[in-house]
Design a protein around this ligand. Structure first.
Ligand code: PGA
Length: 251
């Protein structure tokens, strides 16, 4: 059985005091929920303070990116070991905003994936097509390129510890989510690819989140799809009310 996983990606929002408020509200409302795995991913600057709040609770802490080197002269970067030391159990990598604005490629995602797995942090690897790629019938090609190359060279055991987020770029922050049928079609395809790479047992165990304009109103129909195992949530994770409701609507 794959446990539903809802992760809030706060992106570049919330200073420290705002982060503390939001994390406290989420904890207060969701402290007794075990059926859904709950992850929040504040900006780097808030990780330490939010960790004080979520430590030893059912709310897990995640980061939004990392660098693949262990340490050294890499101004501005943060290593997986540093994320571990601040309490991160998860880390998003390969988000489309990083691919679009910061030169992230499948190759750099793959390096980050390996270093996170080594540090025992669970990677959330984002994949998904742009609007023009969908319109020109290349959705599956793009998904295959992202999945096969971002996830290359890891063991079956490491694959099972990895979460995939299918995030069609045209659905992110637009208010237009993929329909449940579009999401299921892509997720099923990703699972088929995982089966080819690692066998059916592994494919069946890996959790695949959907991301892109997920709200309390549409989460239920999405997670009812056979291959949709949760969501990576941007905008709706920034207010306690909507994030809490979204998690509760999964129950
Ligand atoms: P959104 O963002 O929920 O605001 O569409 C999702 C994401 O980018 O992870």
């Amino acid at each position: 059985m794959r446990r539903v996983i809802i992760a809030g990606n706060w992106k570049m929002n919330k200073n420290i005091s705002e982060s503390i408020d939001l994390a406290n509200s989420i904890k207060r409302s969701l402290y007794d929920i075990e059926e859904v795995e709950i992850v929040i991913c504040p900006p780097f600057t808030s990780l330490s303070d939010v960790n004080e709040i979520t430590m030893e609770t059912n709310i897990k802490l995640g980061a939004q990116d990392c660098f693949w080197e262990k340490e050294g002269a890499f101004t501005g970067e943060v290593s997986a070991g540093m994320l571990k030391s601040v309490g991160c159990e998860y880390c998003i990598i390969g988000h489309s905003e990083r691919r679009q604005f910061f030169g992230e490629t499948n190759e750099t995602v793959n390096k980050k994936l390996k270093v996170l797995l080594k540090e025992n942090i669970k990677p959330i690897v984002c994949v998904g097509e742009k609007l023009e790629e969908r319109k020109s019938g290349r959705t599956f090609d793009v998904i295959k390129d992202h999945v096969v190359n971002s996830l290359a060279g890891i063991s079956k055991e490491e694959m099972v510890r990895t979460v995939i987020a299918y995030e069609p770029v045209w659905a992110i922050g637009t208010g237009v989510n993929a329909t449940k049928e579009q999401a299921e079609e892509a997720h099923k395809y990703i699972r088929t690819l995982l089966g080819q790479m690692h066998g059916d047992d592994v494919a069946k165990s890996v959790r695949i989140q959907y991301g892109g304009s997920v709200k309390p109103e549409n989460i239920k129909e999405l997670i009812l799809q056979e291959d949709v195992d949760g969501a990576l949530v941007g905008g709706a994770s920034l207010k306690a009310d909507s994030f809490v409701q979204l998690v509760k609507n999964c129950l």
